[in-house]
Design a protein around this ligand. Structure first.
Ligand SMILES: [Zn+2]
Length: 234
């Protein structure tokens, strides 16, 4: 495909088959519809979910909740929130809850205990994904995350507009979500997802979220893969 010659090296490496299909994708205007299982009417109501979380998690607080980002789907916000308060079913958490499992060792690296922060940030495979994402976003190459909270807090102190920070947050939440999906594929199906395909998924999904859920309709895929959006994002 011709397009690959002048865009980001990552895209050359990964050889996107979907460049044209992504640009042609049409998204309905108006809000996405979600059925929220735990709500009586199937509606997602932030206040209701917030109170559910508060009642389930003693250390949950409004402090973490400020990272709610309407440009990513509620299920991803909810996942990253739970990850940041240590409430996703990694092995160390299952053991704490006396759920019988064979080993507390991470299946992806086979080396360290699988805690929440190990799975999302510290595992060697996760670190490589974060490195690629950080490079793609043109953030300082020294950027490293040790905890899920670091990921969500990171942009806070960077120079840049709120809109740009919100875009970075979209990508970061999508990255956390994809790392967790890959973890589950490995854990339950024995599949090893390549890091390249995961980075590709993060790029594609975050692009779709922005096109469909934000006001940044002018973003095009060819520029998104180079993260060349400074004139579009205020
Ligand atoms: Zn690991």
């Amino acid at each position: 495909m011709e397009l690959a010659s002048h865009i980001h090296p990552l895209s050359q490496m990964y050889g996107y088959p979907t460049i044209q299909s992504l640009n042609k994708a049409k998204f309905k205007t108006g809000d996405d519809k979600w059925n929220w299982k735990s709500s009586s009417k199937g509606e997602f109501i932030v206040a209701e979910i917030r109170s559910q979380i508060a009642s389930q998690d003693n250390n949950g607080s409004e402090e973490e909740w400020r990272h709610w980002n309407k440009w990513v789907p509620p299920k991803i916000n909810y996942f990253t929130w739970r990850a940041s308060v240590g409430r996703i079913p990694v092995k160390s958490e299952l053991i704490k809850r006396r759920i019988p499992i064979n080993s507390n060792i991470c299946s992806r690296c086979n080396a360290q205990e699988e805690s929440v922060n190990h799975a999302i940030c510290g595992c060697s495979g996760s670190k490589r994904i974060w490195r690629d994402i950080v490079n793609w976003l043109k953030l300082p190459s020294s950027t490293e995350f040790h905890e899920c909270k670091d990921v969500l807090e990171y942009v806070k102190d960077l120079p840049g507009s709120n809109e740009w920070k919100k875009v970075i947050n979209v990508v970061f939440q999508t990255t956390m979500w994809n790392i967790w999906k890959a973890r589950n594929e490995k854990e339950f199906e024995g599949n090893n997802r390549s890091e390249n395909s995961m980075v590709e998924s993060v790029m594609a999904e975050s692009f779709i979220w922005l096109k469909s859920r934000s006001k940044l309709h002018d973003i095009v895929w060819e520029r998104w893969v180079d993260f060349n959006i400074r004139d579009i994002v205020k």
